[in-house]
Design a protein around this ligand. Structure first.
Ligand SMILES: NC(=O)c1ccc[n+]([C@@H]2O[C@H](COP(=O)([O-])OP(=O)(O)OC[C@H]3O[C@@H](n4cnc5c(N)ncnc54)[C@H](OP(=O)(O)O)[C@@H]3O)[C@@H](O)[C@H]2O)c1
Length: 326
């Protein structure tokens, strides 16, 4: 069973006198920097010369070059896109690392797949929120907190877990809770959910819409019933609070009978094999190698895939329905 940490398990005193360097001020870096500062921590922001510097200045930080903040920080939290981390780490972070530094990643990706290999004299940890950056800030402000995965990658000082938990508390995560996992597990789970569940969901939704539209059902009615009404959001929200079975049981008896009596049709799709193949590709590093090549070449396949998606008439109909209904 996994260990779950809550506020009582962390001591903010371990952070006293320490400076936290936030590297990257995008979706997640920005809310974390603000949460930590609101928890009275000393925070510095390190960025390249680019547009997120303005966001940091707007929020009252004085952003500096990444390399210049490293010697002045005890803890370095990386909030850069996964595919750029290894390059930035090699050029702007690793030459300036010293004994006692703690490197904190927001995703296990680069450590798990070997793109970053920190020296043995630094501590390495993971605090990976299980929600989007916006919610990291709003749930800090409303006091509800958000779930995270925490993990120790390297423990040179012997105090890595204690410091990670204090940081997770200061970020606001421990009000909900943090589950301890290995860095490999976090990286694999994250990719698996993205690659095994979301494509299936997307495919089911678009196929259903295409079938209904082809048969002449009005686009507004189809889109409303499938997504715009928010019924799925409510369903998933109940499932996240009380479990999938509870959410299923909230449907009418007609609905429940329809769901359970037709479930086997989807079992015939042999999803297990597809999911195992997806997980194999993630675990043996094929996916991360493919994604690195994609980044080095300037995202050619991603660009083509996005363009192909955008051309689907379904999305235009969806936008039309949204405009008429919202
Ligand atoms: N997004 C989320 O809600 C979320 C949730 C959980 C975990 N995470 C994890 O958090 C990490 C950060 O994700 P994110 O969504 O916050 O990323 P993001 O918004 O795309 O991050 C952008 C930041 O990275 C900087 N950056 C981009 N390319 C750079 C480069 N080549 N050199 C230096 N700086 C560069 C950008 O600076 P410029 O202004 O200079 O471009 C900006 O400050 C990832 O590991 C992700 O898996 C994200």
């Amino acid at each position: 069973m996994a260990t779950i940490y809550r506020e009582i398990d962390a001591n903010l005193n371990v952070l006293s006198g320490k400076t936290v360097g936030i590297i990257g001020y995008g979706n997640l870096g920005r809310p974390v920097a603000n949460n930590l500062r609101d928890s009275s921590l000393r925070v510095m922001v390190g960025l390249r010369e680019d547009f997120t510097r303005d966001h940091a200045r707007d929020d009252g930080f004085a952003p500096q070059d990444i390399e210049s903040i490293i010697p002045r920080c005890h803890i370095l939290m990386l909030f850069l896109p996964d595919e750029v981390v290894s390059e930035v780490y090699l050029e702007r972070i690793s030459p300036f690392l010293a004994r006692g530094h703690l490197l904190v990643f927001a995703s296990g990706y680069n450590i798990a797949f070997g793109f970053v290999e920190p020296p043995p004299f630094v501590d390495v940890g993971l605090i990976a929120p299980r929600t989007i950056g916006e919610a990291v800030r709003s749930r800090f402000l409303d006091g509800s907190g958000f779930y995270s995965f925490v993990g120790v990658g390297q423990d040179a000082t012997g105090g890595t877990l204690e410091t990670l938990l204090a940081l997770a508390k200061a970020m606001g995560s421990l009000r909900a809770g943090a589950i301890e996992v290995s860095i490999d597990q976090e990286a694999q789970l994250d990719l698996f959910v993205q690659q095994a569940i979301l494509p299936a969901f997307h495919h089911v939704m678009t196929t259903a819409a295409e079938v209904l539209l082809e048969l002449g059902y009005p686009p507004e009615a189809v889109m409303l019933d499938m997504i715009i009404s928010g019924e799925f959001t409510d369903y998933l929200s109940r499932a996240s609070e009380r479990g999938l079975l509870h959410a299923l049981r909230l449907s009418s008896l007609t609905g429940q009978y329809g769901i359970f009596s037709r479930l086997h049709r989807f079992k015939e799709l042999k999803l297990e094999g597809l999911m195992e193949a997806t997980l194999d590709e993630i675990r043996n590093g094929d996916f991360s190698t493919e994604w690195s090549r994609e980044y080095e070449n300037g995202y050619p396949r991603l660009t083509r895939l996005l363009q192909a998606q955008e051309k689907q008439t379904l999305y235009a109909l969806e936008q039309g329905a949204l405009e008429r209904l919202k």
